[in-house]
Ligand binder design. Structure first.
Ligand code: FES
Ligand code: FE
Length: 445
């Protein structure tokens, strides 16, 4: 079976030519491809597992997944963040069934082996009688992943040879610093994450978050017709948003969207007055330049951490100065089903009223109940996987050639990374699938 699956994956990889803008449709729904991804990507990349504020105090923990492997993300009694495999070292029973809590020890429900939150086995009932005098608890720890933290975002990897987190993030770290590093009081989660199942392969959402300004006027026609992006332009499709795309060799991608100049609005949209002053005081001149008049920054950290900061939100009859910032794990359940885990962050120093508006703005446009924006995307994402079930579909490739052959004129974009100054580009998609292909072939990022 393994050989058969390996052969299928090799055939699919042979069809692949991200540099030339073709991606086989089978990568969107073939179970053998997902198995290979879990083995080759999800065990080698740095994966996002949570925000530090979710485990603020010693003993705090949350349970998450890295690929299909369940983990406990916890702050131990010394304050160190640990990522422990959530499976007893005796018989593999799920150790912790809660999604969050506080404890110094985890006791297995099966035979009561008990581990502390550094992963050490501290007790096994009647161990001497059952195993003899040679039983050494030190031989039975929980498996631990390597942990790295950037701007409060906690990442983990199973690969002892993975490059340090900073190297893995590369130039995309600057954009995270722009979003998260400029609030003096830091950021915190606004409650537990929103989790929901969607149909469609995990990559479809990730590639979309990394760019794809092209779909906005069509998939999201309703908010455009409602005037959220300004008045109609000459082709009658509404005021079209425009954006800049950014990508890095690691496959990280981002898009910064700008309001049409005639729409106007305050600089640094969506920040309350106090937050704006804080941002201006802490940001570099280049960051100020990038974010002035931007209404959205979204992207995807390879492989499956998407993010969106958006300021164009209406929570009542009048536009108000609200924004929200989501970090989202697109967790593969199977090749055609993805569990979204949305973490909403708010500046710690914002007022309770502002935080509440941010939550409302978020859930109305993004998440399981989003009527205005993200709800538009779900059917499209689902059908990319679904149409790939056909027999003819198996040899088909999908088109990612936009912008190939078009020159990118050098300009004075102040941010790092490679970038292109317009939405008519699938360079971010190709960067994502280029990194995907390298990882699938076992090449280091
Ligand atoms: Fe956990 Fe036996 S499986 S103690
Ligand atoms: Fe969309």
């Amino acid at each position: 079976l393994r050989d058969a699956a390996g052969l299928i994956v090799a055939d699919i990889l042979d069809l692949f030519s991200p540099d030339f803008g073709r991606v086989p449709q089978a990568v969107m729904n073939h179970p053998a491809v997902l198995d290979a991804e879990l083995e080759r990507i999800f065990t080698t990349a740095w994966l996002f597992v949570g925000h530090e504020s979710e485990i603020a105090e010693p003993g705090d923990y949350i349970t998450r997944r890295m690929g299909r492997d369940q983990v406990i993300v916890t702050r131990d009694e010394q304050g160190e963040v640990r990522v422990l495999r959530n499976a007893c070292s005796h018989r593999g029973t799920l150790l912790c069934k809660a999604t969050s809590g506080n404890t110094s020890h985890f006791m297995c429900p099966y035979h009561a082996w008990t581990f502390d939150n550094t992963g050490r086995l501290r007790g096994a009932p009647e161990a001497r009688k059952a195993y003899g005098p040679g039983f050494d608890r030190a031989d039975h720890p929980l498996k631990q992943a390597r942990v790295g933290v950037h701007q409060g975002l906690v990442f983990a990897t199973w690969d002892p040879e993975a490059p340090p987190l900073a190297e893995f993030l590369g130039d995309i770290a600057w954009y995270l610093d722009m979003l998260l590093g400029t609030a003096s009081g830091g950021w915190e989660v606004a409650g537990p994450p929103q989790r929901y199942l969607t149909s469609g392969n995990w990559k479809i959402s990730c590639e979309n978050f990394g760019g794809d300004g092209y779909h906005l006027p069509y998939t999201h026609r309703t908010p455009i017709e409602a005037g959220l992006f300004g008045e109609d332009d000459d082709d009658g499709s509404g005021g079209k948003p425009h954006g800049r795309v950014v990508w890095t060799p690691q496959g990280h991608t981002a898009r910064i969207g700008y309001m049409p100049p005639e729409v106007g609005g305050p600089p640094y949209w969506g920040m309350s007055d106090g937050l704006r002053a804080d941002f201006v005081a802490n940001a570099t001149p280049e960051m100020l330049q990038v974010l002035d008049n931007a209404d959205v920054v979204h992207g995807n950290l390879f492989p499956n951490l998407s993010f969106i900061f958006t300021a164009i939100t209406y929570t009542g009859d009048e536009p108000d100065n609200t924004s929200f910032l989501i970090f989202r794990m697109a967790m593969p359940v199977d090749a055609e089903t993805t569990e979204m885990v949305n973490i909403l962050l708010v500046p710690r120093d914002a007022t309770p009223e502002w935080k509440q508006r941010s939550v409302l703005a978020c859930v109305r446009t993004h998440g399981a109940a989003a009527v205005l924006f993200e709800g538009d995307d779900f059917d499209n994402f689902a059908s990319v996987s679904a149409t790939g079930r056909g027999v003819v579909a198996q040899g088909s490739t999908l088109d990612y050639s936009m912008g190939l052959g078009l020159p990118v004129e050098p300009d004075d974009w102040p941010g790092p990374g490679e970038s292109a100054p317009h939405d008519h580009s699938e360079r971010t998609h190709r960067a994502f699938y280029g990194a995907w292909l390298r990882a699938m072939k076992g090449e280091k990022p």
